[in-house]
Design a binder for this molecule. Structure first.
Ligand code: GTP
Ligand code: MG
Length: 152
């Protein structure tokens, strides 16, 4: 099983899409492990998007992601990193397929409703940055799944 970091961005929260997005991941059969409505501090937003530090849109992106509350989540499931990226859809509105979250709800390249980690390394970094490092791993793998969830 993999864990990933999924976040409803400020535009998605303002548009009332938290429930819609949670519903899609639940219906896919993934497990929600942690969720919090939070306003991200500038320093943490810069770390979250550090791979884009040199891009011309970096400042604007950090301003956008800190502009209001986000709904940050940790989800778990089989191949969830790859599958969640498919469910989210392409970054650009021109290429986000209908049926994906962005294809159905986004028409801007920046304000595109939702974020999902793109690799195991980014998922661990993003979860540790916005929640806590322990959540990136099973600390209690010997327990049955329901018991693991109780201790999170
Ligand atoms: P995330 O899940 O948010 O990381 O999106 P992504 O992986 O589909 O795209 P990427 O990591 O390349 O870009 C991160 C975010 O930066 C995007 O989701 C957009 O919000 C924003 N972004 C990407 N490209 C552009 C751009 O050309 N212009 C602007 N203004 N924002 C961009
Ligand atoms: Mg990305």
């Amino acid at each position: 099983l993999q864990r990933t970091f999924i976040m409803v961005k400020p535009d998605g929260v303002k548009r009332g899409l938290i429930g819609e997005i949670v519903k899609r991941f639940e219906q896919k059969g993934f497990q929600l492990l942690k969720a919090e409505l939070m306003v991200i501090e500038k320093e943490k937003a810069e770390l979250h998007y550090m791979e884009h530090k040199e891009k011309p849109f970096f400042g604007e992106l950090v301003d956008f992601i800190t502009s209001g509350p986000v709904f940050a989540m940790v989800w778990e499931g089989e191949n969830i990193i790859q599958v969640s990226r498919l469910m989210i859809g392409s970054t650009s509105p021109e290429s986000a397929a209908p049926g994906t979250i962005r294809g159905d709800f986004a028409n801007s390249k920046q304000e595109n409703i939702v974020h999902g980690s793109d690799s195991i390394v980014s998922a661990e970094r993003e979860i540790a940055n916005l929640f806590e490092p322990l959540l990136t791993r099973f600390s209690n793998q010997n327990l049955p799944y329901d018991e693991q969830r109780k201790t999170i």
